[in-house]
Design a binder for this molecule. Structure first.
Ligand code: OGA
Ligand code: NI
Length: 347
């Protein structure tokens, strides 16, 4: 055989990859099936989406549109104020809820500003990461003075999204073959929070990210986004970053690390990030559904057996959060604590 012309090899390599099946976009699930009684099919669809993507969008989710419009308007009014006004509700080591504009992911500044508000006020959480120290502490919300109706609007929004989160938790439990109410007990005294995100236009969109790649630590994230787009998900099928197409008034749902551990890796928590936009500002509102501080997270007994032994050591949610909060404030050049630190080593 003669030599192969290198130019020929290059031309093959540059040909677009042939895809046998298009791995596609994240699934869209219609929750109106909950009212029509076709719950079995819905549960199967949700299970498939959790397994194949870790992400899905929901439509006909029951959160009234006017409630969403009101929180959107209120958050815009809040963020439109001067930095000095916003810093009146600034987050610090003692007050973990509030405003901040320099979130760090892997020690890189994210291009965004944030207002965090806890669903339970006060939120009860472990005081220190030290496992010997049983002391608890309380986080209190810091409410902006402006706009004046902010607190009322936020509470109304929180109530509605929490209902959606609980509904989804039930559907996910059912999809794992568990009773619908199997997981809700872990949320009595929840540490959930709602984060209002504003991503300002970025003059160097190639150099910055709205949020760097990460996985969400909690059980579920229930996120509302506006029409701008920018959220990208690492597709499990091929490892490509795919954009989550904004669907007006849909919610984006993703499985977090806690569900990955409970399900013993059946439903993986998937990496995602937000790319920056040079022209438009973007708003998003994640509800982070987090368990109570005393919950020890471990693979559920019903989902493990001798063939499928637990893949994670048990860890305490409150200590896990306290460790993360500490590293956020110390800005340590160390990796945040992650569930893979609890992974049982393969023999
Ligand atoms: C997050 C997150 C995505 C978004 O805050 O954890 O992934 O679209 N946000 O704002
Ligand atoms: Ni996230």
């Amino acid at each position: 055989m003669g030599e192969i012309d290198p130019a020929f090899i290059q031309s093959i390599e540059q040909r677009p990859k042939l895809t046998v099946t298009d791995p596609g976009e994240i699934p869209v699930i219609d929750l109106s099936a909950l009212d029509s009684g076709a719950v079995d099919l819905l549960v199967a669809d949700i299970g498939k989406a959790c397994e194949e993507w870790g992400f899905f969008q929901v439509i006909n989710h029951g959160v009234p549109l006017e409630v969403v419009r009101r929180i959107e308007a209120a958050m815009k009014e809040f963020f439109d104020q001067s930095i000095d006004e916003k810093r009146k509700v600034k987050r610090d080591e003692a007050k973990a809820m509030g405003y901040h504009d320099s979130e760090h992911t892997k020690n890189v500044r994210d291009w965004k500003e944030v207002l965090d508000i806890a669903v339970e006020d006060p939120m009860v959480i472990s005081a220190s990461p030290d496992p010997q120290d049983q002391e608890l502490t309380e986080y209190h919300n810091q409410w902006p003075e402006y706009p004046p109706e902010f607190r009322k609007i936020w509470k109304e929004y929180a109530g509605e999204t929490e209902k959606l989160a609980v509904k989804l938790l039930e559907l996910i439990s059912l999809s794992l073959g568990l009773a619908g109410d199997r997981l809700i007990e872990f949320f009595q005294g929840q540490t959930s929070l709602i984060r209002l995100n504003r991503y300002p236009p970025c003059p160097w969109p190639e150099l910055a990210l709205g949020v760097g790649r990460h996985k969400d630590p909690g059980a579920l994230t229930v996120l509302f986004q506006d029409g701008v787009g920018g959220l990208e998900v690492k597709r499990k099928a091929d490892g490509e970053w795919v954009g989550v197409k904004p669907i007006p008034n849909a919610y984006i749902i993703n499985v977090g690390d806690v569900i990955q551990v409970w399900s013993n890796d059946k439903y993986e928590s998937v990496e995602h990030r937000v790319v920056a936009n040079s022209e438009k500002e973007r708003f998003s509102i994640p509800f982070f559904f987090f368990p109570a501080h005393h919950v020890n997270v471990k693979p559920l007994e019903e989902l493990t057996n001798t063939e499928n032994p637990p893949k994670f050591e048990e860890y305490n949610w409150g200590k896990f959060m306290a460790t993360r909060n500490r590293s956020d404030f110390k800005k340590q050049a160390v990796e945040n604590i992650q569930i893979h630190h609890f992974r049982v080593s393969e023999q």
